[in-house]
Design a protein around this ligand. Sequence first.
Ligand SMILES: Nc1nc2c(ncn2[C@@H]2O[C@H](COP(=O)(O)OP(=O)(O)OP(=O)(O)O)[C@@H](O)[C@H]2O)c(=O)[nH]1
Length: 469
Amino acid sequence: MKNISKDNIRLEDILDTAPIAVAWSSVTSGRIEHINKAFSALFGYVLQDLPDLNTWFSDAFSDASYYQQVVEPWIQNNQARQQDSVSMDGISARMLRNDGTIRKINLCVSTLGEKRLWYFNDITEHWIAERRLRARSKMLEMVAKSSALKDILNVIVTQIQQESPLSLCSVLLFDPVEQCLRLGAAPDFPDFYNQAIDGVKIGLNVGSCGTAAYLNKRVIVEDIATHPYWQDYTQLAAEAGLAACWSDPIVSSKGDLLGTFAIYKRLPSSPTQKEIELIDFASNLASIAIESYRAQEALQKRAYYDHLTGLANRGYFFQHCDALLKQSRVEGFPLAIIMMDVDHFKVVNDKYGHKIGDFVLQKLAQVSVSVLKHTDVIARIGGEEFAILLPFTDNNSALKSAEQLREVIASSVVLSSNHEQVRFTVSLGVAFRQNGECTVDEILNKADKALYQAKAAGRNCVFSMGLMT
Ligand SMILES: Nc1nc2c(ncn2[C@@H]2O[C@H](COP(=O)(O)OP(=O)(O)OP(=O)(O)O)[C@@H](O)[C@H]2O)c(=O)[nH]1
């Protein structure tokens, strides 16, 4: 430490003890003549690194248009002011440190003779806290308004990317049925990377996210190129320009896995304490968003789906049928309806009990879904009564679908509590949208009449308004 005698105190020494970053420049040449210790700590430079003031400023302000439109006029205005002005209005701006990270500063200037003193007050922490609060409020508002989950997650990802420049962030959603991760939000990743990741099964050595989800704990990979967790994905990561990945499992309030939040870096690196806090913040926000979305989804499911079979319920079917009938009238595509009813179901219940009867309904739903097209909608509209809507389906195709349903159901088996094979059949009635007007009630009535004909004809058969197949 320098030994400063009492009567030999220089301005430089005084400024070095100041907690605020200060630089002074020559009024005439603009050369930066001194920076204090707090300046070096804030921006990472020593005096020799810095060119003249204007050159440094034009590089240091991270937002070029803000620099040109706001900062430059402010500097010029101050330079035009008379000398020995001691106090001036400050300006807020984002400035780059020598490591590329961004600091938010309040900049003030005063002129003293030939020297111009610049004061850089670091308000980054306050700025980050404020922005996080804003991001959090915006996200909660979006949750309350039931915005699309992808949009909400994009707000979180964007916030973190702004706080941690030179990073890419992603949220992947856990699919518990398929035990895989699906794309939630990864707005700045290349499409080929997102496509490759979407649907990846979780497991050990499935990158940072697949492994974090599998182990249900944070995974920090500092160098993707050499880490065993990435051994099957190093080329993919290299093509996307990714060198490090820190991934956190997103967990619900009950401890269930909801997905992963990850920060990727372009160069091998380990997270700072601040970046760990950032990951925690993002995972917590994402957890609120995903959990509330899932709760809403479950509510909707309860409103529209039949709890026993998992098929759509009567309400959903009628709504959907009405909309599709209108659309088919406008666009002129063919549409058919099948009504399907279990034969002698009372006998099944009486002989094997209600529980086995329930298994029969579940099995019937399962095999029906397996033979229908993904555009068809099957619903349980009564106890043992089902309706199927077949858009873009003409007369012959609908009859074929009905026959296929009949066959696959007739060959299905459920085991009774005594391990007896319980077999069951269905009767089916088919109706089509004719040219001209046709309401939901009209087409369902037609299908119902055909169903009664099938029952009357001895069951386990398909009828289409008097035509038996
Ligand atoms: N296990 C079970 N049975 C149900 C459910 N909903 C309705 N049922 C039963 O379904 C049976 C319907 O009987 P019916 O209307 O006489 O018809 P069916 O015995 O199938 O005879 P047909 O339709 O004429 O071939 C009744 O025994 C109801 O109790 C359910 O959710 N689970």
